[in-house]
Design a protein around this ligand. Structure first.
Ligand SMILES: [Zn+2]
Ligand SMILES: [Zn+2]
Length: 289
């Protein structure tokens, strides 16, 4: 019997939301992705950028028995700002598990508490009505009924996860903030070796492509990649579906449309799908159950 996992982009923008008319086709909300697994009521969310607000609004109000797991790659604003605006958190009876990799000595609850501290936001984490379990996700594999999840460390400005979800025999990898280094330092060589092995043969790879090579050369060390580099590596590592994301807030729809056309023309033959992630877009991944 065949089944399908759905992946939906609720936010694809990097760094900061950009509510400009010239960004509306690809979308102005920051990173948030939802994964729906067949036969599972549990809602799976990765990253809590401003796109999370729309996801919350799309859920039926009367729910009150929503059960979800939220994975956060790292606590930069563009991956966390939607959290306090996610309405299901204000609904008694809902239950969420939140997972964040450690940030030095700070764990999951410290990070969320800091983000919602009085100086920055009027509602504290203790005032949320939903039941919340905060887990500091140490490296290793976590096993659940419907999926397994693990991560490797990204090359970014703070400790940041690249998540890999194993669902129905498929590997879905999410790396919105990851700098693929071009210079050949010892670190770069060992990082790229680990990265290549982690993504090898992935069914879906959603990866940072905030810059082109010309922009990247001006921004080495900022923690983001040039699209040219990830397309080459993904092709060599036989990734099936590649989605480029974390679009720069200054990248207009015109620029991104042209870029997508160029990428498709040159690289489509190497992938089952290669595209720029767009807000509202869904990926349907079919497999035998
Ligand atoms: Zn980011
Ligand atoms: Zn970041």
């Amino acid at each position: 019997m065949s089944a399908s996992t759905n992946i939906k982009f609720w936010g694809v923008r990097g760094s900061t939301p950009c509510a400009n008319i010239e960004n509306m086709h690809f979308g102005g909300n920051t990173t948030c992705v939802q994964i729906s697994i067949p036969g599972q009521d549990e809602m799976l969310v990765i990253d809590c950028g401003t796109g999370l607000r729309n996801l919350g609004n799309a859920i039926e109000e009367e729910n009150g028995n929503l059960n979800g797991s939220i994975y956060i790659t790292h606590p930069h604003w563009d991956h966390l700002q939607g959290f306090p605006f996610f309405k299901p958190l204000y609904c008694k009876g809902n239950e969420f598990n939140v997972y964040i990799p450690p940030q030095g000595d700070a764990g999951c609850k410290d990070i969320l508490q800091g983000h919602m501290s009085n100086t920055f936001f009027p509602v504290s984490i203790d005032m949320l009505e939903a039941k919340m379990d905060c887990t500091t996700f140490e490296k290793g594999m976590m096993h659940f009924d419907a999926y397994d999840v693990e991560y490797m460390w990204a090359n970014h400005t703070i400790d940041t996860a690249i998540f890999k979800f194993h669902i129905g025999g498929k590997a879905i990898i999410f790396a919105p903030d990851n700098e693929l280094p071009v210079a050949k330092s010892d670190y770069a060589v060992s990082f790229l070796k680990e990265f290549r092995s982690f993504i090898h043969g992935a069914d879906v790879l959603i990866h940072d492509a905030q810059f082109n090579m010309e922009q990247y050369e001006q921004r080495v060390g900022w923690g983001h990649s040039a699209w040219e580099v990830i397309v080459d590596i993904a092709r060599e590592e036989k990734v099936s579906h590649l989605y480029l994301t974390h679009h720069d807030p200054d990248s207009t729809d015109k620029y991104l449309n042209n870029l997508e056309a160029t990428i498709r023309e040159r690289f489509e033959i190497y992938f089952d799908q290669i595209a720029l992630a767009r807000e509202g877009q869904e990926i349907i991944l079919s497999y035998d159950s």
